[in-house]
Design a protein around this ligand. Structure first.
Ligand SMILES: NC(=O)c1ccc[n+]([C@@H]2O[C@H](COP(=O)([O-])OP(=O)(O)OC[C@H]3O[C@@H](n4cnc5c(N)ncnc54)[C@H](OP(=O)(O)O)[C@@H]3O)[C@@H](O)[C@H]2O)c1
Length: 371
């Protein structure tokens, strides 16, 4: 595309939102901002409006310098070429659907939207002929392997580095503290994503995201442990050929690919990968028995209906309970499973059904804490 891409960024004050604005700063001749949306950080969004001069802003109160509109209007405005969905939770879900209905391509960072409502989002995207590109290094790698390949996928293989927290020694797990988990995982991902990385809920949810993003059945999506963390994802095709993407584990890279697609832009801040320094590269099967959260996520994905929405909400609440020291680390899967077991699913759910299931799970999860 030769002309400037005009971006609407939902969640501009968050980690992914701020990284998106850094891409805009690096490539002022290729993209510019026409809309910004955020939830509460007035000082930062006011600064962003002053610096990037969007025409519109979606925020709970007026922000000087831009017209105040709803997030749905912002995402579907006629002058928007691409919508970056970098909100958390269900914030941004209806705006994403509005953008898709208006034919806008989506750079999707928000994992919760894809887990809760991936089937609805992708059905709408197919109906309106809209591209949804993931902002996540493993899922972006799959998208890059699939580019130009049609429907000949045999297996999507996501990689993860594994975690030191296997579930075989409950006594030791009881002692895993919030501080230890947040120290050992990457601070940039935010606390929720850090805990989800330690339980492998993150990988389980990635399987659900991949199912909807790439329209591939669950049986054809697997996760392998790859401790060297060099290969982001692999795709095996029907003729046995395997394509893989090797890159730095960088959200920034995935984000820039989603913004530049179908082109690629330079990213000098990221040092080139030195293949000779990699050493031996290994892949091991993921032992699902060790990671109950991974199993719960993939089971909820298989069951479908409103189960993924309940999984997403129950996990979010269980992580909050853990961070609030009301439950131990090893109790996160127990709490999530108890909520899933009590759920009355709705078949072929509408957006309303999904939002109701989400609310039910949020209300019900705290009741699972032992007195
Ligand atoms: N961070 C990463 O490296 C990374 C990588 C891949 C995917 N993701 C996924 O990307 C999403 C965003 O992650 P993040 O780390 O950027 O999260 P974050 O730092 O917590 O930012 C969330 C953004 O959403 C906005 N927001 C929250 N509630 C809102 C509402 N009701 N209306 C409008 N805006 C609202 C926040 O605005 P205020 O701050 O102004 O309230 C903020 O701008 C998550 O789903 C995450 O799992 C993150």
């Amino acid at each position: 595309m030769d002309r400037m891409k005009r971006l609407a960024i939902l969640g501009s004050t968050g980690s992914v939102g701020r990284q998106t604005l850094e891409v805009v700063q690096r490539h002022p001749d290729r993209c510019r901002v026409v809309g910004l949306a955020a939830g509460s950080n007035f000082d930062l969004i006011a600064q962003q409006v002053a610096e990037f001069q969007p025409t519109r802003v979606a925020f709970p109160r007026p922000v000087p310098g831009a017209e105040r509109v709803s997030m749905e209007e912002l995402a579907s405005a006629p002058d928007v070429d691409l919508v970056v969905v970098a909100t958390v939770g269900k914030a941004g879900l209806t705006a994403t659907l509005a953008a898709i209905a208006a034919g806008k391509p989506i750079a999707m960072a928000n994992k919760e939207i894809m887990v809760m409502a991936g089937s609805l989002v992708m059905a709408a995207a197919r109906q309106h002929g809209v591209t949804v590109l993931p902002v996540d290094s493993a899922l972006s790698a799959v998208a890059q392997c699939l580019a130009g390949e049609g429907q000949n996928v045999e297996q999507i293989i996501l990689t993860c580095t594994g975690t030191p927290y296997s579930w075989r020694a409950p006594a030791a797990l009881r002692a895993v503290s919030r501080e230890e988990l947040l120290r050992q995982t990457h601070g940039i991902m935010g606390r929720k994503l850090s805990i989800d990385s330690a339980t492998l809920m993150r990988e389980g949810m990635q399987v659900i995201e991949a199912r909807w993003l790439f329209d591939v059945p669950f049986e054809r999506i697997s996760v392998v442990v790859h401790p060297e963390n060099a290969v982001r994802a692999l795709v095996r095709f029907v003729d046995g050929t395997v394509k893989a993407v090797i890159s730095q584990p960088s959200t920034r890279l995935a984000l820039q690919y989603a913004l530049s697609y179908p082109e690629r832009w330079g990213l000098p801040a990221l040092p080139p990968l030195d293949l000779t320094a990699l050493g031996p590269v290994s892949f091991e099967p993921l032992d699902e028995a060790k990671y109950p959260c991974f199993r719960l996520a993939t089971e909820a994905g298989y069951r479908g209906d409103t189960y993924p929405a309940v999984l997403n909400a129950a996990d979010e609440m269980a992580v909050l309970l853990f961070l609030d020291q009301q439950i131990g680390f090893q109790e996160i899967p127990r709490v999530v499973e108890a909520v899933l077991n009590r759920h009355q699913p709705v078949h072929h759910p509408t957006l309303e059904d999904i939002l109701q299931a989400d609310q039910w799970a949020r209300d019900f999860t705290p009741q699972q804490v032992p007195e």
